[in-house]
Design a protein around this ligand. Structure first.
Ligand code: MN
Length: 333
């Protein structure tokens, strides 16, 4: 991965670096954030970490997660001070400013040199400063190679644990490998370097909140099958979300319950996020790439996992999305 040399050099040349990730930070973003800090701090650089919102509770076991600033709770003065002193910004696990919410606006206004390290497919033309490989499992996999270029010694067990979280999170415990042996090699190296797989299992995978279990029960109680069982969908209304006090993290990956049903090729969830507004999530087992549907809905994501916000009543939104999915299946079959 020679293209990472240039990124490594720019990081080594900077003195003060601010590192961040996308809104609703996930295991890949948070794991990379903390691993990069751990690696760069040994190079005597001043590193600040900030996220565009709160870090979900299950990631707080990761060493250093308490040092991450939450942009949404920082006062005006702290925000200014934080940005004023930086000479480089590194954005992980996205290559779009808008994915950083209000923090993204502030970064653009501040005009500080910004580099992106990511693995999401490009929606627009690649720009300078974006280091992206859509073929890798996760930004964590890229960070493993980047850190090897930054350090002359093996990475610490802390960094290895953080990157193992990143990779296991994005591959859903190595279920989404896409025939890429390299991901397993990188993961094995991380375990050799001290990644604590027992703690990761306990905190990341065996830590579902009661709210998440309740949402799962509701989702499974009222799912629908279409197209002879190839499409499964379910909706979650805002009352239940409020009553269970479910967080964004609780609502993540509920869709897997539907996708992993025998015969299902595409799963869809509709989460009510306000009056006449739904967060639509789509997953494909692999035979039907979702790019076209996602684009028509004005959403984003990967070929087999994407989402969009769609306005309308539940009937309108389900009808629109199901018809796009039906078109896709008909065309591809
Ligand atoms: Mn990722």
């Amino acid at each position: 991965m020679e293209w990472l040399d240039q990124l490594a050099q720019q990081l080594l040349d900077a003195r003060r670096i601010l590192i961040t990730t996308h809104h609703n930070p996930d295991g890949d973003g948070i794991g990379c954030l903390l691993a990069m800090r751990d690696a760069l701090a040994t190079q005597e650089q001043a590193i600040s970490l900030v996220t565009p919102g709160e870090i979900p509770a299950r990631f707080r076991f990761l060493p250093g997660s308490r040092d991450v600033l939450d942009w949404t709770v920082l006062g005006e003065q702290d925000r200014e001070r934080l940005l004023a002193s930086q000479d480089l910004i590194l954005v992980l696990d996205t290559h779009e400013h808008y994915m950083l919410g209000a923090l993204g606006d502030a970064l653009q206004q501040a005009g500080i040199r910004t580099l992106f390290l990511d693995h999401h497919p490009f929606k627009s033309t690649p720009r300078e400063g974006i280091y992206c490989d859509p073929n890798v499992s996760s930004t964590g996999e890229l960070c493993r190679h980047l850190i090897a270029k930054l350090l002359r010694k093996p990475m610490s067990p802390v960094a290895a644990t953080c990157l193992y979280v990143a990779i296991t999170y994005d591959t859903n415990s190595f279920k989404y490998l896409r025939r890429r042996p390299e991901t397993l090699r990188v993961a094995a190296e991380l375990v050799e370097m001290g990644a604590d797989t027992d703690e990761i299992y306990r905190h990341i995978f065996a830590s579902k909140s009661p709210a998440k279990i309740e949402l799962t029960r509701d989702l499974l109680e009222q799912f629908h099958l279409e197209d002879g069982g190839r499409v499964a969908w379910s909706a979650i209304d805002s009352d239940l979300i409020q009553r269970t006090r479910a967080t964004a993290d609780d609502m993540r990956d509920l869709i897997t319950q539907l996708l992993e049903m025998e015969g299902v090729e595409i799963a869809i969830t509709f989460k009510e996020r306000g009056p006449d507004r739904f967060k639509v999530s789509l997953r494909s087992k692999g035979r039907f790439p979702l790019d076209e549907v996602t684009e028509k809905l004005g959403g984003g994501g990967h070929r087999l996992a994407s989402g969009a916000h769609v306005d309308g009543s539940l009937d309108q939104v389900t009808a629109r999305v199901l018809s796009l999915v039906q078109d896709l299946i008909t065309k591809a079959s």
